[in-house]
Write a protein that binds this ligand. Sequence first.
Ligand code: NAD
Length: 497
Amino acid sequence: MIDIATRINPAVSAVISQLQGRHLIANELVPAAAGATLDVIDPATGQLIGVAPAAQSKDVARAVGAAVAAYPGWAATPARQRGKLIADAIHRLADHAEIIATVLALETGKAIRTECRGEVTTAIDIAAMYAGLASELKGETLPFDPQILAYTSREPLGVVAAILPWNVPLVLMMLKIAPALIAGNTVVVKASEEAPFATIEMARQLAELLPAGVINVICGTGRDCGAALVEHPAVAKVTFTGSQAVGELIYQTAARKIIPVSLELGGKSPMIVYGDADLARVVAGAIAGMRFTRQGQSCTAASRIYVHASLFDAVFAALQEAAAKLVIGDPLDEATDIGTVISQRQKARIESYLAIGERTAGAKVMRCGELPRAGHLTDGLFLQPTIVTGLNEDSPLMREEIFGPVVCIQSWDEEDDVIARANDSELGLAATVWTHDLRTALRAVRRIDAGYVQVNQNLTIQPNLSYGGFKKSGLGKEASLEAMLEHFTRKKPSSST
Ligand code: NAD
């Protein structure tokens, strides 16, 4: 067994040891009030990385209190000055990017080269985009009456609670806190108890240049920390990314409090391949779109691929070949394409779906590539990219979000039929269409019931392209100016003679 300390450099070890059992409240690292902690496990080795604080209501009250105290000063800071402070902090984030990416790889099991460095860069890009939008917090004048000045202004909401999952915590944190802060709100982030350290470290670096209490990060279980945060009377808005079940609970509490919520929930995104599509691009797009390098742990994963019957056999074979070439290994190794899944619980859940596939008459379950053999990875939560075909549309593998490296591939003949199958889901987060015929592409985009539809590409969230799900995939948009104005400000109409 190789010890964690020998796998990471001393600068990374030093950061992790400073964060042990600590929240970030009012720019200080503070232990949980009751001293309670939660273990954080390295999913590649099964070793303990350290402990996260386990917040109870006292910790929640302390963090919200810090955000309440910081709010009047921050809200009164000119918007462009807020933007400048965030822009200055970006340089600091860039200087710490490699340490943050390494911590992220260690706690999530995502490969540093293919996933974690890019995640830090994207989070910084999002902060930069919003810093540049500070001047856009403007209102309107209205042609009401020549004797009356009628106008609208944008005001912040107050304290925003941002609740995060573990799969892409840094990008998701920045999508929430950058627009909230630029708009003049203060924030309390609830980090995922499974991957807290990179989140707290990134927030700490950002907070260093901001007034104390503007950004606070707490950690704990969903029940003791997350639910208590949503319930707190001073929380004026909740922005959440995570599961549908928790999203529903948060929505109920918010309804009782009559506060706004944004919800980014699950996905079961279709990828529709027409007969004229380019085989090589489709296969590369399927590998990227399925987010195999993230072990499929992505809400926008293209987890249902529908290929026109004329191309099906070629795509099915080429996809297996491409998936088998991905290197599964130590997330910290530069040669690794795919690391681990997050937890034993998630691994067991994914395997239970594979077992259903294997029991289904006529279905084929193709596990591709080699699991790592290195001794220190024996207890690692590795899974092979897996391609499943021959399922019915009502199979749980076709209908439910697996959140693992499992893609289902089916064939189709008639466009009406494939569009109906693609739309036959209570989720509607994303979709892609693959064709070289512009009319076909535009027709399919119009008919697909999903919040983000791409043609001949399968990218993740792009800064300034409004992102958010339809149907039970969510409420509200992220990543854009529209998202900042609609979800982190309130509009006040005024008039005076
Ligand atoms: P989860 O819903 O279990 O947890 C998300 C966060 O909510 C965690 O911090 C958790 O502690 C907290 N939480 C749990 N119970 C709570 C409660 N009662 N009140 C308040 N907070 C509570 O999700 P997860 O397992 O961490 O993440 C995976 C899920 O996230 C998947 O379903 C995935 O689709 C979704 N996701 C969606 C998007 C998107 O943009 N739509 C992006 C990433 C992940």
